[in-house]
Design a protein around this ligand. Structure first.
Ligand code: ZN
Length: 369
């Protein structure tokens, strides 16, 4: 039905610049300056998703909105003032390394506030029933950011900022965050690990990024015990392993928790051609995972589902995965066909490795039961 899915974006989010890099390596020394953008976390993957939505006609059938930047009080619910001041000062001074893996440029502070503001508005519109579900094309991303430390291209914790704003405004109770970005959602975990009202589940490639954070044994702390679930999957996991983990672990956890809102840290870097990870998903995997969560949202919380964009560095391929997610959310199928899908469906784990992965996920499910 037209307009029941909200899509929150702003061109300014594409103007965040981290300076000159080749992939993740700052230029200089033995690293040759690239001909074009160069930095892995470039605006292109996101802008091309929006462009594909436009040319396919999908945009016209969604509720398209921008948003106000997150306010200082929105930020202060999650981040200490000293961190925000340090971030703003470096941004005002023209940029630099806010942390080793978090380079920023001039004005990144304001753009990051807008990125968080889009997530706030997406959650708010779903809570108010203006739209059934919503997608926030937030950039810069947020899921690695700790309360007091930037990390992994992330400077503000977009999802916690949006959830805490909705808790303050709407009295929102239990929220489930499913993070299927291929990297561990360490920031979200650290912000919520002592809380029982927010269930955090991170599906990610084992020993990928950030090093030393993820572990199946991290189940939450104190009141949060049992409300943090890590699913570290071996490199080379594909469509079947992810769907098995969704069915056997994620959906039962949602069943037990009965959330009032489901938020997805929606990264696309588990796709089979991403340069920063080694998983084998394709657009149909993201479509199928979205369908499962949409069903869960309908069962538990009147369909309230919000996707917040995280990573995904294959500029040419992310748009097809993102379009699949948005088509599924909106119950609309455009004429777009994913040109890479047949190839990526063939490039799934070989039989012996598939069997290993099946046993691996069964074992994870047992350990987490
Ligand atoms: Zn990622």
């Amino acid at each position: 039905m037209k307009g029941t899915t909200g899509f929150f974006f702003d061109e300014l989010c594409f103007w965040h610049s981290a300076g000159m890099h080749a992939l993740v390596m700052p230029v200089g020394g033995w690293v040759q300056p690239p001909a074009a953008a160069g930095f892995a976390e470039s605006p292109e993957s996101k802008r091309r998703l929006k462009c594909l939505m436009d040319v396919s006609g999908l945009s016209r059938q969604l509720t398209l909105r921008t948003a106000e930047p997150a306010s200082e009080s929105d930020l202060l619910r999650v981040h200490p003032e000293a961190y925000l001041q340090r971030f703003k000062a470096l941004s005002d001074a023209g940029g630099g390394a806010l942390a080793e893996t978090a380079p920023i440029g001039p004005g990144t502070y304001e753009i990051a506030k807008l990125s968080a503001g889009l997530a706030i508005a997406a959650v708010d519109s779903v809570m108010k029933g203006e739209v059934r579900n919503a997608y926030s094309l937030s950039r810069p991303p947020g899921h690695h950011c700790l309360a007091d430390q930037a990390m992994g291209f992330c400077f503000l914790a977009n999802i916690p900022i949006a959830i805490e704003a909705a808790k303050a405004k709407h009295g929102l109770g239990r929220v489930a965050i499913i993070d299927w970005d291929v990297h561990h959602g360490n920031g979200t975990q650290s912000i919520y690990e002592q809380r029982g009202d927010v269930l955090t589940i991170s599906m990610h490639q084992e020993n990928c990024f950030p090093p030393g954070y993820s572990g199946v044994e991290d189940r939450g702390v104190g009141n949060g015990l049992g409300f943090n679930i890590n699913l570290p999957l071996p490199a080379g996991s594909g469509h079947e392993a992810y769907l098995q983990a969704m069915r056997d672990i994620v959906l039962p956890a949602l069943e037990r928790f009965a959330p009032e809102l489901i938020v997805v840290a929606c990264g696309y870097d588990a796709n089979g051609v991403d340069p920063l990870a080694r998983m084998l998903l394709h657009s149909d995997s993201f479509r199928a995972m979205t369908a499962l969560l949409k069903e869960a949202a309908e069962r538990h919380c009147d369909g309230r589902l919000v996707m917040v964009h995280e990573g995904g560095y294959a500029e040419a391929y992310v748009p097809f995965c993102g379009l699949a997610v948005l088509e599924e959310m909106a119950d609309i199928r455009t004429a777009v066909e994913d040109p890479m899908l047949p190839l990526l469906q063939l490039q799934q784990p070989a039989r012996l490795y598939s069997e290993f992965l099946k046993g691996y996920v069964e074992n994870l499910a047992m350990r987490l039961a």
